[in-house]
Ligand binder design. Structure first.
Ligand code: DI6
Ligand code: FE
Length: 420
């Protein structure tokens, strides 16, 4: 049976709270570990956890609304810290073509691949992009996501990148989910800049990012550091421009080859470096020194039939926090289930279930700079949590996706169901 490791998480219990939730084992995920509290209780006021611990120690809150569960577990709300959920069209036709024997090169020559998504995104209105993104975001919410990061990066022009970022901001207003917006204009070279990548970087640094910052359209800036995208030197220019505007950075790094983008990201104190299949031990050391989170993305690894796994042993050895995310995107990870990623993180990357769950809670929050407010069941954190009628946390990882019954609490209130 689980052992109560931390009987009480706050020393000064308040005298009043709005609601109390009890009767289940708390999977607090404090410090990235299960840190179970059997027969736990959570007290909530104003959408925040004000007390969490063993029900036996719970102060008497006489006027609080009582919610009693009959067993089961309570986890923090899930954080999907890396998605590209806003885009025009989809690439299911290409998926089918490839399985019918058409090569990537033939598809690209016919205008397919990432540029087909760019064209569809540029052609779509803001409302059309919003409707399509809602259709993709709701399944994530239904399985317990309470915080999601969404990137731009399929507009690749000032106008279309701003359009995507406005859609991302609108999603956060429309749905009961915390949405973090990331500007990924340096995702691919737009066709009209062919052979002039440095000029596209100029456009991002000198024109786009200042507007993004002044209109508060992004919480971070990302780039894709790869031979087929942007060089470390070009990424460094984007990072320098972001820093001058007060925007934190993150990076798609070492997905297909080793350019030491992750060490570059660490030098710029990036929140995270993501993918990382080709990261080295020195990259891991640099990330450890700067507190940069390693975001692992098993969906893209799986769909691309990669064989090189990210160096999980190096990340463990150097205590680099590992997050796990869906990378939901139309090309390499059409994944609409974060729970499926839990299983794939364990089966494909050999994470332990505890590491996988930390990856979508405490470490996922850290990858977004939200470690003070999200990701664990502790006093002072936002009251986002999920009750599951399950025996132990590993069960969340064990089932291959599928929607498990649960009660989702968002900012202290039960969140309704989501259907597309
Ligand atoms: N890495 C990926 O796997 C995706 N973007 C990136 O930087 C691919 C995006 C796409 O093919 O649409
Ligand atoms: Fe990505």
């Amino acid at each position: 049976m689980p052992v109560a490791l931390s009987p009480r998480l706050s020393s000064e219990p308040p005298s009043h709270c709005d609601s109390i939730w009890r009767g289940a084992t708390l999977v607090t995920m404090k410090d990235g570990h299960y840190n179970l509290i059997e027969n736990g209780a959570i007290a909530v006021t104003g959408g925040k956890i004000v007390w969490a611990g063993s029900a036996a120690d719970c102060p008497a809150f006489s006027d609080a609304k009582q919610h009693d569960f009959d067993g089961g577990i309570i986890t923090p709300g899930f954080v999907d810290c890396h998605t590209h959920l806003v885009f025009g069209g989809d690439r299911s036709a290409e998926f089918e073509q490839r399985l019918n024997g058409v090569s990537y090169a033939e598809i690209a020559a016919a205008g397919g691949g990432i540029l087909s998504t760019v064209n569809a995104t540029r052609d779509a209105t803001e409302d059309e992009l919003l409707a399509q993104a809602l259709f993709r975001l709701k399944p994530l919410l239904a399985e317990g996501v309470t915080c999601v990061e969404i990137k731009s990066g399929y507009g690749l022009s000032v106008e279309s990148e701003l359009k995507m970022l406005r859609v991302i901001r609108r999603l956060g207003v429309m749905l009961p989910v915390e949405v973090k917006s990331t500007c990924l204009a340096a995702h691919a070279l737009p066709p009209e800049f062919k052979g002039r990548a440095d000029e596209y970087i100029d456009l991002i640094c000198d024109t786009l990012l200042p507007v993004v910052a002044s209109e508060n359209l992004a919480d971070a800036v990302d780039a894709f550091c790869e031979h087929l995208a942007f060089s470390p030197e070009q990424v460094e220019r984007v990072f320098t421009a972001a820093a001058a505007l007060g925007l934190p950075v993150k990076l798609h790094a070492e997905q297909l080859s080793s350019l030491h983008g992750s060490a570059l990201a660490a030098r710029h104190h990036a929140l995270s470096a993501d993918h990382l299949e080709y990261a080295t031990e020195d990259d891991a050391k640099a990330m450890a020194a700067s507190g940069t989170v390693a975001v692992l993305l098993p969906g893209a690894y799986y769909l691309l039939r990669e064989t090189q796994c990210p160096p999980v042993a190096h990340f463990r050895r150097h205590s680099v926090p590992m997050a796990l995310a869906s990378d939901a995107n139309p090309g390499t990870s059409p994944a609409l289930s974060l729970r499926l990623m839990l299983n794939m993180g364990c089966t494909l990357f050999r994470l332990t279930p505890e590491e996988a769950l930390a990856g979508i809670t405490s470490h996922g929050a850290r990858a977004l700079g939200l470690q003070e407010t999200h990701g664990t069941l502790e006093a002072g954190k936002v009251a986002d949590f999920i009750h599951w009628p399950l025996s132990r946390p590993a069960e969340l990882v064990y089932w291959l996706g599928g929607q498990l019954p649960c009660t989702i609490v968002y900012r202290g209130e039960i969140r309704g169901e989501f259907r597309s």
